[in-house]
Design a binder for this molecule. Structure first.
Ligand SMILES: Nc1ncnc2c1ncn2[C@@H]1O[C@H](COP(=O)(O)OP(=O)(O)O)[C@@H](O)[C@H]1O
Ligand SMILES: [Mg+2]
Length: 380
């Protein structure tokens, strides 16, 4: 094998001997010398169908060090992108970080030596000593949007508040305008909406039993209704668009007190998804703050809610949205009705939020003008 001859290397990861040797030396000492590299367990092509699917292509690295008489060998294994929940690099990293963390605690399991990543130019870097990951980002100057909603709740909305509401809806109309053709990513998003720990099933699990405003039977019913919605949404993969993923008032920072300039934070759960995720995430908060203020959707919050929808629908003409928001409102409803996320909510508000969840899930077409009916009509 030539030192810099990357093309015909195993797994076509763009590896070369120099990179592998640098890595081996970084783990096993400066005296380590690579004696050979070879692909492991490669299957003849015609059996691939039998197996149906294989992840990644592990390869062996053989090397010698001064303090070991015998040649040593390790296996380096990575994963390919796939639609079995391995769509994103973070999915694949999650699995290998977990493997490195747990392999050595199971008797008779192959020992994990290290975990790391391949760089764009084929280098191998270790993150084996990682205790916890962090992200560092620019510092945004401004105030979170929820502070506006608290001011509106206590003192009414100003003309600026209506301009800001329009600006938020226009921002979503702009980003959602960028669609993508990758049905597996739309399926992933709809699957995560129902089954992800941060979404419907995870939230349902955060509700203890024996609550007086929602029972586990009702939570199960919500999940069942959402599973049905999941299969209805799967018929619309062409809706896949650029999304934020957690577009709520704590993740939007307005730069100053006088205009509509803002920066968003905390993008979540994938670059592409269903636009309804963002529309419901923000509009749910106009409903929540109005319930806190009026016990129903009324006054300035009703105007803001309807302005938000009107602006978004005018700029996108996406009336199909009203046929897909339902399970996303179930998700956001479970967040705001949660005794964990919102411990100080009045019991009557939680009741109305669960009415809203059930009545919305049972509506083929969501009507922004019927929110009070969804809130106030009993779910039994
Ligand atoms: N880049 C930033 N600039 C300014 N404030 C930030 C920034 N990132 C986070 N914050 C503040 O920290 C809060 C929580 O951060 P966030 O990333 O949204 O984490 P979480 O996942 O806990 O919601 C934000 O609501 C905001 O007040
Ligand atoms: Mg946040």
């Amino acid at each position: 094998m030539n030192k810099d001859d990357s093309d015909n290397n195993p797994g076509n990861l763009g590896l070369n001997l120099r990179h592998v040797e640098e890595y081996i030396r970084s783990i096993f000492g400066e005296d380590a010398k690579v004696t050979g590299i070879g692909e492991l367990g490669a299957l003849p092509d015609d059996t691939a169908d039998l197996k149906g699917f294989g992840y990644g292509s592990p390869f062996a690295v053989h090397f010698e060090t001064d303090n070991e008489a015998d040649e040593q060998s390790i296996v380096i294994s990575s994963m390919k992108e796939s639609s079995f929940g391995h769509d994103h690099i973070s999915d694949r990293a999650q699995i290998m970080l977990w493997q490195h963390d747990t392999f050595n605690r199971l008797p008779r399991h192959a020992r994990s030596v290290d975990v790391g990543y391949f760089t764009k130019n084929g280098g191998l870097k270790s993150v084996g000593d990682a205790e916890e990951f962090f992200i560092s980002m620019e510092m945004v100057k401004g105030k979170e949007y929820y502070l506006d909603l608290e001011r509106i709740r206590d003192g009414g909305a100003s003309e600026l508040d209506f301009r800001r509401c329009r600006a938020l809806a226009s921002y979503l109309a702009e980003i959602h305008g960028r669609r993508a053709d990758a049905p597996h990513l739309y399926f992933r998003r709809v699957r995560d909406l129902v089954g992800h720990g941060e979404c419907i099933m995870g939230l349902a699990d955060s509700y203890p039993g024996g609550l007086d405003f929602i029972s586990w039977d009702e939570l199960c019913e919500i999940e069942q209704l959402c599973v049905e919605w999941r299969w209805r949404l799967k018929l619309r993969p062409e809706r896949l668009s650029v999304v934020h993923g957690d577009f709520h008032p704590w993740n939007v920072m307005f730069h100053n007190d006088t205009d509509t300039g803002f920066t968003v934070l905390d993008r979540s759960r994938g670059e592409y998804g269903e636009p309804a995720d963002d529309v419901t995430s923000m509009s749910m908060n106009y409903i929540l703050y109005s319930l806190n203020r009026h016990g129903r959707l009324e006054g300035d919050f009703k105007e803001l809610f309807e302005l938000f929808y009107r602006t978004y629908l005018d700029e996108t003409s996406d009336h199909e949205l009203l046929h897909v928001v339902q399970p996303f409102y179930a998700f956001r409803g479970l967040v705001v009705a949660s005794p964990i996320w919102y411990p100080n909510l009045d019991r009557s508000i939680r009741d109305k939020l669960f009415n809203f969840i059930f009545n919305t899930l049972k509506a083929d077409e969501f009507n922004p003008a019927d929110v009070n009916e969804y809130l106030l009509k009993g779910r039994k």
